[in-house]
Design a protein. Structure first.
Length: 336
């Protein structure tokens, strides 16, 4: 055998002995961080597919996605749900050692507790942060406002307390905030009227928010807003506007008090719920022109006058109008 063929035989033999290593797309630093993350959570059975001798970019690694579009094969998305942790753990800071992460989805894991780790500010490519249905507590941290790439923050249904950080409005790419189902107190900051024009979705329901809805929120063009089940007072008419593209407004179960007769309605409205407040005045005639309106409830307020006849308004049952001061006409009894 020539020297060359000996070298080839040796190379071929080496390749066939280590197929997993030679074919592996996973970046070794990402794999190391993922295995550390698994260990930091007490090696839960739900992550048993994460093994040191297999490729983390292989779909058998549950919840892990690598960037195949750009062929960098860096771990860029982590979808972790129902982790079934054997005992309580904080969110491991090892997660911040996945520098190419674009999406972090960590939900429905009651044994996750402690605070949101400050190390996540090191995820400088993160667009989507979903940490929901855990026992995470403490304040919504100020450092979230340093995460300039963020498009969506969803921290709903945790055990967060304290007040809403005003500085979040400086995030240049933010499109949606969801902090519903926590124990957040205090007012909605005035600064929330100065979110960028990309901002379209605000969900703050099921908290303990107080005070008035800031007048600055008139500057937002929200597709979706849910402030229900809080203790907000005063005027909410700033959220309405005929020049906006609002599809859903939910203000149910607050202490809001304003003249509904004066609000201007987005023609795109599909869902409007203002039940259980102190809203007064008449129902705006423009409601009959809303083609897409399919959910509607104004019950338990102080509204008065005849229910406008037409559009979809008579399709909603009497319970959508009940318990007001003096609303009348179909589907309620006639006004005479
Ligand atoms: C959750 O973990 C326990 C042990 O800690 C195990 O017995 C159980 O099968 C696991 N459940 C799931 C759905 O993985
Ligand atoms: C971010 O990463 C750097 C370098 O790895 C580290 O020194 C720093 O402590 C990290 N920041 C946080 C808040 O963890
Ligand atoms: C939420 O946090 C409070 C204290 O901050 C604690 O007493 C309570 O048990 C927590 N609830 C859950 C579901 O973790
Ligand atoms: C709201 O956004 C829509 C769609 O992006 C746009 O057509 C509309 O002009 C905006 N309205 C205002 C008041 O900014
Ligand atoms: C409207 O809200 C009231 C009060 O919460 C409720 O009893 C009723 O069932 C609701 N009706 C509809 C159609 O949602």
């Amino acid at each position: 055998m020539s020297r060359l063929s000996i070298i080839i035989v040796v190379i071929v033999a080496a390749l066939s002995l280590t197929p997993a290593l030679s074919d592996e797309l996973c970046n070794p630093r990402d794999k190391k961080a993922l295995l550390q993350f698994k260990k930091d959570l007490g090696n839960p059975t739900t992550l048993s597919s994460w093994l040191p001798n297999t490729d983390c970019c292989n779909p058998e690694w549950d919840g892990v996605l690598c960037d195949t579009d750009n062929k960098t094969y860096r771990v860029n998305q982590l979808y972790l749900t129902n982790l079934n942790l054997s005992k309580p753990y904080p969110i491991p800071s090892s997660v911040s050692r996945l520098p190419y992460l674009n999406l972090l989805y960590l939900t429905t894991t009651p044994n996750l507790l402690g605070q949101i780790p400050s190390s996540i500010v090191n995820l400088t490519k993160l667009h989507y942060l979903y940490i929901t249905r855990t026992s995470l507590s403490g304040q919504i941290p100020q450092f979230l406002s340093h995460m300039k790439t963020i498009v969506t923050f969803d921290l709903s249904y945790n055990n967060l307390s304290g007040t809403l950080p005003p500085s979040l409005s400086s995030l240049p790419n933010l499109q949606g905030l969801a902090f519903d189902g926590n124990r957040i107190t205090g007012p909605i900051p005035d600064s929330y009227g100065s979110f960028s024009h990309k901002f379209t979705s605000l969900t703050l329901s099921r908290n303990r928010l107080t005070g008035e809805i800031p007048a600055t929120l008139a500057d937002l063009n929200l597709t979706f807003v849910d402030l229900s089940l809080n203790k907000l007072e005063g005027d909410a008419s700033v959220l309405f506007g005929s020049d906006k593209n609002t599809q859903e407004i939910n203000l149910a179960k607050n202490l809001l008090e304003f003249d509904f007769g004066n609000v201007k309605l987005s023609k795109d409205l599909e869902s409007l719920d203002i039940r259980n407040n102190r809203v007064y005045g008449t129902l705006p005639k423009g409601l009959t022109a809303l083609k897409y309106l399919s959910r509607f409830n104004v019950s338990y307020n102080n509204l008065c006058g005849e229910i406008p006849q037409g559009g979809n308004l008579q399709r909603f049952g009497a319970s959508s109008y009940a318990h007001n001061k003096c609303l009348c006409g179909s589907p309620l009894p006639s006004c005479t």
